[in-house]
Design a protein around this ligand. Structure first.
Ligand code: HDD
Length: 718
């Protein structure tokens, strides 16, 4: 019986899955009604007053309506994820460009053009469920593919490497990184003693520390962030031939970062910055996209790479093995209900489908146990796969039964195998070749607790990452180390960190140590410590542009531009610019001292979207100030307006100052070279002949994302 259902499902057309998943979710959804009932369906006569003995008398215990309501409320929380607690998600699909049948038998990777429904959840690693979005952290990038041959979860992250090499250290890492247990601080931050104590004593963390201190830990948007499968996985074809594979998600909008000061301010101005950004982009019809890329390594060639593919603190530089684009991920539908979907979704790296298999990466192997275990307590039992968001689109059948919250009504007397009683069933019900086949490799080794020799190389790829950064990004990394280490109470930990950094790059270590009041970095002292390994691989490349910050993508679609105005604003040129920005998919918002309208120099009225008090420059990508002498004078007298311009300037954002508005620069960045008119600052007049040219320059400046050199040029606190 099960066999025939499986056959039917395999014959269904690729792409029908997206509609099938939506239909399945729809069957469980509920819209608001005009009448309220209890959970038993009894109509509630009055939802404002409990039942009492007389209008001023005590409430009666028999009020089952009140009791049900209060009891449900008291139990409407489930434990948050022990890591990755803060997250947001979206529905969409994965579309394959061309068949990967040469490498894998995975059904969803066979047919060019086929679409597989997906649900994606992005998360912060460290913080609790209510933490701010823009904290310095690695982001989870978990993709659930509802394929015709089962659910496949690619549970990845925004960085291609991890802190540790062995799952044995995961609880230690997370205990060190999470708030300290005696006082529960700090929230969602690595800038505290226990984290750096652990990190300094476990030098295998060094490569990941470089990523964590870089702009990669401060994405401008989840839509502008890369994703990685991190571990080496395996693709296995129909003949059982296996290739090692690394998965990459490349964002269409390019990878872009926030400035650290900006990220901190956003955490206060809009703690939901990332989830709002994702929601609004989908809502406004700009579905974010990523390209799935694979790096394939024949199993026989893995030895020659110079590092161990099983070590999750290593990546394969793209210059050594190119990333082949194989398909695209499109997120085009927001969830209907945060709890039912985003909170209850349960990812598991152990959810694989035929054609995808595990490598022996010891971190991955530990994860295979951890997720279902964690979900047992989070979802309260073993039936989480029955929740609508977790259900596959293909039928499933086995003799597992019962347990908390079982929804399936399994029929018949048979719940064992083999059997001869289930109607139509054979005595044995194995799927044989149709089923998941593990790679049939011979393993004949002694049992031991030891890592491969190349795992001892803790620094060569950290150095590669450092060498790959442009000058401005190097400054950000140094500043990030300095910020984090200055927060520590224990000087000896600072010293150990910079001693380790001397093995990444002596100049980096020296610069980091400068303001910290410690001795100069001493690489030999680091080498003398327990846990330090001297092995260092020789890589065939010295730097890898793909590892740099701020890359790829073009255009300004969904970028937000603040337009600062005051009464008397001259809108001639502004209207042209606004139209040009809108045509390119950017969003303009008018900011002024008061809500309502401002009157323009020509007597028109311009609607205001925000006041200076209700928004902030950090929530925008660029700032446009139209001209007009009255308007400019009013803005120049209004401190929040000046701060808006100053902050945008020092955070390297594109600015366009029209006519008299150019004068604002004198007030905000007096000491800057060229009076602040450097890269990314577009100025122009209201002259109709130059408006289009000005619009094009401004659009190009926004598309560059940031003009980072300005951060170093201005030392004035914003
Ligand atoms: Fe993990 C959640 C990603 C190592 C144990 N992890 C979790 C989530 C993501 C990752 C994206 C959130 C899933 C969701 O949205 O529901 N984890 C990673 C990556 C890792 C990694 C990319 C390294 C390559 N994780 C890792 C290890 C262990 C865990 C080594 C334990 C041995 N991770 C968990 C967990 C979580 C989890 C405790 C918390 C809630 C859950 O799984 O369902 O089991």
């Amino acid at each position: 019986m099960a066999q025939s259902k499986l056959d039917a499902q395999r014959k269904s057309k690729a792409g029908e899955g997206v509609a099938a998943k939506n239909k399945q979710l729809e069957a469980f959804s509920q819209a608001p009604e005009s009448i309220l009932t209890t959970n038993q369906g009894v109509v509630i006569p009055d939802n404002h007053n409990s039942l009492r003995a007389g209008a001023r008398g005590p409430t009666l215990l028999e009020d089952f309506i009140l009791r049900e309501k209060l009891t449900h409320f008291a139990h409407e929380r489930i434990p948050e994820r022990v890591v990755g607690a803060r997250g947001c998600g979206a529905h969409g699909y994965f579309e394959l460009y061309k068949t990967l049948s040469q490498y894998t038998r995975a059904d969803f990777l066979q047919e060019a053009g086929s679409r597989t429904p997906v649900f994606v959840r992005f998360s912060n690693l460290t913080g609790e469920r209510g933490c701010a979005d823009t904290v310095r952290d690695v982001r989870g990038f978990a993709v659930k593919f509802y394929t015709r041959e089962g659910v496949y979860d690619l549970v990845g992250a925004s960085m291609p490497v991890f802190f540790i090499q062995d799952a044995m250290k995961f609880p230690d890492l997370m205990h060190a990184l999470k708030p300290e247990p005696h006082h529960g601080m700090p929230q969602a931050s690595s800038a505290h003693d226990t984290f750096w104590d652990f990190a300094s004593l476990v030098p295998e963390t060094t490569h990941m520390l470089m990523w964590l201190m870089s702009g990669r830990a401060l994405p401008r948007s989840l839509r502008m962030m890369e994703g990685f499968g991190v571990h080496t996985w395996r693709l296995v074809n129909a003949h059982g031939v296996s290739h090692f594979v690394k998965f990459h998600w490349k964002p269409r909008l390019g990878r872009h970062a926030l400035a650290w000061e900006e990220a901190q301010k956003i955490a206060g101005s809009d703690p939901d910055f990332h989830r709002r950004d994702l929601w609004e982009a989908i809502d406004r019809g700009h579905p974010p996209e990523w390209e799935l890329g694979v790096q394939l390594v024949h199993e026989d060639k893995a030895e020659g790479l110079g590092f161990d593919l099983l070590d999750p603190t290593k990546l394969i530089p793209e210059e050594m093995v190119p990333v082949l684009p194989v398909g695209r991920l499109v997120l085009n539908r927001n969830p209907d209900n945060f709890f039912a979907e985003t909170e209850q979704v349960a990812f598991n790296p152990g959810h694989v489908v035929p054609g995808i298999d595990f490598s022996h990466d010891p971190l991955l192997q530990g994860r295979l146990l951890a997720y279902s275990d964690s979900q047992l307590s989070r979802l309260g039992g073993p039936n989480g796969h029955e929740l609508p968001i977790n259900r596959g689109v293909c039928p499933f059948h086995n003799f597992q039964r019962d347990g908390q919250h079982r929804m399936l009504v399994s029929k018949g007397s048979v719940s064992y195998e083999p059997n001869s009683l289930a109607s139509g069933a054979e005595f044995r019900m194995d799927g044989g070749q149709q089923g998941f086949q593990s790679v049939a490799e011979a393993i004949d080794s002694p049992k031991l607790r030891r890592r491969g020799p190349a795992f001892d190389d803790h620094f060569s790829q950290a150095t590669l990452f450092w060498n790959s950064q442009p000058a401005a990004e190097k400054e950000h990394i140094i500043a990030a180390f300095q910020f984090e280490l200055a927060k520590l109470e224990t000087a000896a930990i600072r010293q150990r960190v910079v001693d380790n950094l001397a093995h990444v790059d002596p100049k980096l270590a020296r610069k980091v140590a400068e303001p910290l009041g410690i001795a100069p970095p001493d690489g030999r002292a680091a080498a003398g410590r327990a846990g330090f390994r001297a092995h260092r691989a020789r890589l065939p490349i010295e730097s890898s542009p793909a590892l740099g910050q701020d890359g790829g993508g073009s255009g300004i679609v969904t970028r937000k531009v603040a337009v600062l105005v005051a009464p008397g604003v001259e809108v001639g040129a502004y209207k042209v610019l606004q139209q040009a920005l809108q045509d390119q998919g950017a969003l303009t918002r008018v900011v002024s001292a008061q809500l309502g309208v401002v009157s323009t120099s020509s007597g028109q009225q311009l609607a205001v979207d925000h006041t200076f008090a209700s928004t902030s420059s950090v929530l925008f990508d660029a700032v446009l100030v139209p001209g007009g002498s009255a308007s400019t004078q009013a803005l120049a007298r209004h401190a929040p307006a000046l701060q808006f311009v100053h902050e945008a300037w020092r955070h390297g954002k594109a600015l366009c100052l029209i006519g008299e508005a150019v004068d604002l620069l004198q007030g905000v960045v007096p000491g800057a070279p060229d009076g602040g008119r450097g890269a990314g600052v577009v100025t122009g007049s209201n002259d109709p002949a130059t408006r289009l040219q000005m619009a094009q320059e401004f659009i190009a400046a926004i598309a560059r994302h940031r003009h980072w050199s300005r951060l170093a040029a201005d030392a004035t606190p914003a």
